[in-house]
Structures are given as C-alpha cells and as structure tokens.
Design a protein around this ligand. Structure first.
Ligand code: ADP
Ligand code: MG
Length: 683
C-alpha cells in the first residue's frame, strides 16, 4: 500500500540518481508529485485529418502505415527511417532521424497516432520525429498532455509516468481541507477531481474547473496564513486623544496641504480619537509629502499633552526628519529632541533624562530609541518611516514602550493597491496620490555608453551652475572573481574614473560596505554641498532629501528593478531646479529596454509598480523586497488577484468564528506549513 508520504523512489524505474533529480524539483514523496503542477499543457486531444493538417502547426493525426519503413544511411553517418502513412483524407511522409529502432516498432498496415510538427515540401506533407503510439492504447496522444518544469536529468515522459502512477496509487487520498461551505459558496469542484484534472485534464473545461479550485485553495491557505500572522483586523482599544481642529495646524504651515494629505491626516485623527488603536499605513510616492502627514498626527497628539516618537532607519534620515519637524512643529510650540546611536553616552543620558522628565513632545531617533533603558512617559504615537526597513519585532518593541501607542507607518514603496491590501492586511491604508503643486517634472533619458562624453559635459554644466549630481552604480567594487571582464560599474571604480575626468571637483563615494559612521560622514558632506558628485550604490534609495541635487545618473540601469529605479529617481526633483534622470544602459535585452522605457514614459509610482508586476511577475517583484509573499505554485498573484480578495473574505469569515481553525485540522496544518515555509519573508 502506498500513501502520500511514500518516497518517490518506490516507483518502478526510479533509482537513486532519478530520485535525486526528483528531489531537485522538490519532489520527495507521492504527495509531492501530486502537488507538482504542470507548467503548461500540450493539447493532443484533437485528431486532425491529414488533409487539414497545416504546415508549421503541431498536431495529432491517426493514420495507417502504408509503406514498409526503410532505413537508409545518409551523409555523416546520419540514419534515416522513412515511410508513408494515410488516413481517409490524405497521405503524409514520416521521417525519423537517428532513431533506427523505430523501423521495427512501426508495422505496415497498423494504425498509430502521430504527434508532431507538420512541414511541407512541395505538395507533400511531412512530419519529422513525431511521437507515436498504437492507436488502441493511447497514452501520450489523443489527450491533453501535461508539460512539467523539469531538469536535464528527468524527461517529460518520466514525469508524466510518475504523475500517473502517484495519482493511481493515492489520488483517492487527496484531502479536501476547504471548509465545505466555502467550497459551496464558491462553486469549487471536489479536490480529487481537481488533482486528477490538473495533471491529466479530460478536456479544456475540466482543466479550467480544476485550476480554479486549486488556485482558490492555495490563495485561501495564503489568506489564512496572512490572517494568522497579522492577527485579526478587529479593532483593539486604544488611547483616546482629545479631538482637535486640524485647521489650526494647517494655519501655521508655509503652504496649503494637498487634498490627499488632508484626507490622510483626518483619517488618522479619526483613528486616534476613536478610542481604538490606530495602525495606519501612509503610502505615497516619493515627494508626495508624507512627512507633513506625520507632523499633523504628532501635532494632534501634543494637543492632548501626549508624546510621539518618530523613527528613521538611518542617522542621516533621523536628522533630516528633525529639521523638517522643527520647521513644521516648532512654530506651534512643540519641543523636539533627537536621539541617535552616534551620540556620546553623556549626550544620550541628558536626552533620556529630559525625555523622562516630559520635556519633549516629539522624540526623533534611530534604532537607539528602541533600547530598553529609554523611558517614554505619555507615549501616544509612534511614527515609523520607510516601513520595509523595519521588522515586525522592532515595531513591537516600540509598541511595548508605551501603553499601546498608535502606530503610523510611512512607506514610499508604491505597490499595486490590491497587493497592499494583502501585504499590509492588518493596517488601514491612506494613499497619497497627489503631489504638492509646482513640482517640476523630472526629465528621464535613456542613453548608452556612446553618449559618455556628452554626459560628462552635462555633469560639468550642472556643477558649474552650482548644482550637485548623484551617480548610482549597481555594485560596490570590481568583481574579483570575474576580474576585469565585468562591465558593471562598481561604485568605487567609477568614482575614481569621475575624479580623473573632473580633477577640480569633489567626488564622494558611499556604499553599503562602509561603516555607518563613514557613510553618514559622506552623506552629510553631500547635504552640506561640500561634495559635487556623489557616487553611490542603492544606499541612497531611502528618503534623503537634497534639493540642490538635480541630476541623477544611473549606471547599468537595466540591473535595477523598476520600483527601485523609481525610488532612486525620487531623490532628485525636490528643489526649485529643473531635474534630470539619466539611465545608462548598453543592454539589448528587449525586456530590459521595455522596462527602462517605462521609466522614461511615466513618473507615476503606482503605474510603474503595476507595470513591474506585469512584466516580472509577483515572484521577482517581491523577490528582493523584505515584505515578500510566499511563493505560490499555481496561483498567479497578478492575474488571480480577485480570487485572492475573495479568498481573503472567506478566510476572515471562517477565522472570525474560529481563529485557530480548530474545527479544520487539515486546513490548519496547511496554514502552519505555509507560515513555516514563508518564514521571515512574511512581514
Ligand atoms: P516624502 O513623501 O517623499 O517623504 P516629503 O515629506 O519629504 O516627501 O516632502 C517632499 C517635499 O515637499 C518637502 O520639501 C516638503 O516640505 C514639501 N511639501 C510637502 N507637502 C507640501 C505641500 N502641500 N505643498 C508644498 N510643498 C509641500
Ligand atoms: Mg520621506
């Protein structure tokens, strides 16, 4: 007797070598094989009459062998078996190259199914090397055949056989772990039917029905997993702030907030005065003015005599926030402190003492704010910048410091709206989809190496006008393994090159291998205008605001993700100067060029993220992001988004009643295993 956990090596003909190859595909057991879904299908279900077979098409014909197969040797030792077949409608020539044995397998007068590509020489139709089998026992013709993702060591035939045998052995053991009412409500077919038909569909409709069930199943488990990770969205009690009038705050500002900024601030104020805990994500494109939204919330907390904390991922950003907050909030009388890792012990002690004594309304800081000896009485609000650099634990650690403070997360990573709903399942989302007025659009150009001289001239011109230049490179230093053959610009090498081209200018270089202090020193010098050209890796991706920088050059631009390019580009165009982003790429890869052209065409971060998702698929889209979703096997998170939303609703309905899924042990097991697999990539 076999069962789901029976090792795949139990199948006849699967020795150690093949078993290892199966293992490479993640298939160790019968159950794994059953859950190893085909990548696509070959529809061999339709028998085409020879007369209807169209040259260049691949098709299946059922025909009789009408001449004795003849073996001949042609040039360079090539062996050729040739014969003719016929059905009621016409005749066709069949040839096999270098397969002399077929001569004895095909018998004159017998009928076979042939599957292959038709070609035409003159008026005669030919098939070369078609798959064939006896017409009365069709296995790989006359039906829809699965095509599996495979390795060189495993042929499709072996995989098809394995799938067939595993289904035969334990297809009836496939468990239907969906709650019955969920299956019913969504018109899903039986699990066994689905698993059979996903491998060997009876017809295209059966395949659709099977796929629909399996996609739903997978996304339902995903939705349950997300819900388990995030907890329910059911509101918990929170600190109730006194209501206040945001117009009083707006009146102190040097400009009028945009409609989107106002909506976000009002939504947050509603949250914080509701008596429930706020967990809000403010998502907005770079430069959309998220900081002001934070300021409004901090102001509102201060109106109730409460303290806020604002955290940034780096010291330089913390300082920037300090200055911005001073600008926005000091006119309203708020007192602001700064705490960062590089301060001396004495400085820190002073700040902490002041904080404990209630001398600040706002504490801006880096991770230093998180250390346990920082006491924050009256903490009401925590603002976290650039969420994807902060882990769940850090957020939780902060939340522990106060009596359940409200949390406002700001993220500049525009992700498609629907995905945001999933990823930030536990957060309410405000989207800032309006840029402050008067912003100069950034012109983006795509060039190749042949423009290098002109590009250098352009750099010179900008610097002579008093501006500063960012140059982004994909790597830190010359690849040692590949030696000089690597054409990727490394930050250090390229900085040297630019220093040679511009001996009279100051060229700085900053990258991830530098110590935090060194990095900050270089960045600060750039902020102060002491560096003309800053060569950097993507460390500048996160929120640095340098209004005087108006030119960004991105070397080997094809090496970056679209969303990343967009983030990078957001570093310029922040001042009153006309700004340019120059993408340098010699790539001739069509997909790369298409992606880069999107950057030239639009500056809308959401449009870009949607294109990115479309072009690269969710796997890659999330691949280099920390808020990755687990990999899906059959569902396509881009195309099956609506199913995901339905699955999420259903998961919520079930888990509102039964949060631990105690009534559904099989489902519970699936959910647990997805969470384990997703591990830390889950946010
Ligand atoms: P981001 O969303 O990228 O964090 P910031 O908050 O840094 O954007 O804002 C970018 C710039 O726009 C800042 O210099 C800020 O002072 C300015 N700004 C924000 N809101 C407005 C507004 N409503 N009108 C004009 N300028 C604004
Ligand atoms: Mg910002």
């Amino acid at each position: 007797m076999v069962h789901m956990d029976t090792p795949i090596s139990r199948l006849p003909g699967i020795g150690d070598k093949k078993a290892a190859a199966f293992g490479k595909l993640g298939i160790f057991t019968y159950g794994d094989m059953i859950s190893y879904f085909p990548r696509k299908y070959d529809d061999r279900s339709v028998m085409t009459p020879i007369a209807m077979a169209i040259p260049e098409d691949t098709c299946c014909v059922q025909a009789m062998v009408t001449t004795t197969p003849k073996l001949s040797r042609i040039r360079q030792g090539m062996e050729l078996v040739k014969f003719r077949i016929a059905d009621d409608s016409g005749v066709m020539d069949i040839t096999y190259f270098n397969q002399p044995y077929v001569k004895n397998q095909l018998v004159l007068g017998e009928t076979y199914n042939f599957y292959g590509k038709v070609s035409a020489s003159g008026s005669r139709k030919t098939m070369s090397n078609p798959v064939f089998e006896k017409a009365e026992h069709p296995r790989v013709t006359g039906r829809i055949i699965p095509v599996y993702r495979s390795t060189a060591l495993l042929s499709q035939k072996v995989l098809i056989n394995a799938a067939e045998q595993c289904l035969e052995g334990c297809g009836h053991l496939v468990s239907d772990f969906l709650p019955p009412e969920v299956s019913q409500r969504n018109n899903l077919c039986q699990a066994q039917y689905a698993y059979h038909n996903i491998h060997f569909p009876e017809n295209m409709m059966a395949l659709d029905i099977a796929r629909r069930r399996l996609v739903f199943e997978e996304l339902f488990v995903l939705a349950c997993a997300i819900r388990t990770m995030h907890g329910s969205k059911t509101p918990v009690d929170g600190l109730r702030l006194n209501s206040c009038n945001l117009n009083d705050f707006y009146a102190t500002l040097p400009f009028t907030p945009t409609g989107a900024q106002k909506r976000a601030m009002e939504a947050a104020l509603n949250d914080m005065t509701s008596g429930l805990n706020m967990n809000r994500l403010v998502q907005g494109d770079v430069g959309s003015g998220k900081t002001l939204v934070a300021a409004g919330c901090i102001w509102a907390a201060a109106q109730s005599g409460k303290v806020s904390v604002m955290m940034a991922p780096t010291e330089i950003l913390a300082e920037q926030h300090l200055h911005t907050m001073q600008k926005f909030l000091e006119p309203c009388g708020l007192r602001i402190g700064l705490l960062k890792g590089s301060m001396t012990a004495k400085e820190k002690r002073t700040v902490k003492a002041q904080l404990a004594a209630g001398e600040f309304d706002l504490m801006v800081g880096t991770h230093a704010v998180l250390t346990d000896d920082v006491e924050i009485p009256n903490l009401a609000l925590v603002v976290v910048d650039e969420q994807h650099r902060f882990g769940v634990e850090q957020r939780a650690a902060l939340a522990r410091k106060g009596e359940k403070p409200h949390v406002l997360v700001m993220s500049a990573t525009p992700i498609p709206r629907t995905l945001a709903l999933i990823i930030y399942g536990d957060l309410d989302v405000s989207i800032i989809d309006e840029l402050p007025p008067g912003r100069q659009p950034i012109d983006t150009l795509l060039i190749n190496e042949s423009y290098r001289q002109r590009l250098n001239g352009f750099i010179r011109k900008q610097v002579e006008d008093g501006r500063q230049v960012f140059v982004i490179c994909p790597k830190v230093e010359e690849d040692e393994e590949k030696g000089t053959s690597s054409e990727l610009k490394s930050a250090e090498e390229h900085a040297k090159y630019l220093q040679e081209v511009f001996p009279d200018l100051t060229v700085g270089c900053v990258h991830g291998r530098l110590k935090e202090k060194q990095k900050d020193a270089v960045m600060s010098a750039f902020v102060r205008g002491e560096i003309n050209i800053l060569v950097a890796t993507t460390v500048v991706e996160v929120g640095v605001d340098i209004p005087n920088a108006n030119l960004m050059i991105i070397e080997n631009a094809d090496r970056f993700g679209l969303s990343q390019l967009h983030q990078l580009r957001g570093r310029i165009g922040r001042g009153q100067y006309k700004s340019w982003c120059v993408l340098v790429s010699d790539s001739r890869n069509e997909l790369s060029r298409e992606r880069l052209k999107i950057m030239v065409k639009t500056s809308d971060g959401f449009a870009i993220s949607e294109e990115d998702l479309r072009l690269r698929g969710p796997g890659d889209f999330f691949g280099n992001r920390q808020h990755g979703l687990p990999e899906t096997h059959i569902a396509d998170l881009g195309a099956d988004m609506n199913v995901l939303l339905t699955a999420q609703e259903e998961a919520n309905a079930i888990m509102d009643e039964d949060p631990d899924l105690t009534a559904y042990p099989a489902l519970r097991k699936k959910v647990q295993s997805m969470i384990e697999k997703a591990g830390s990539t889950f946010n």
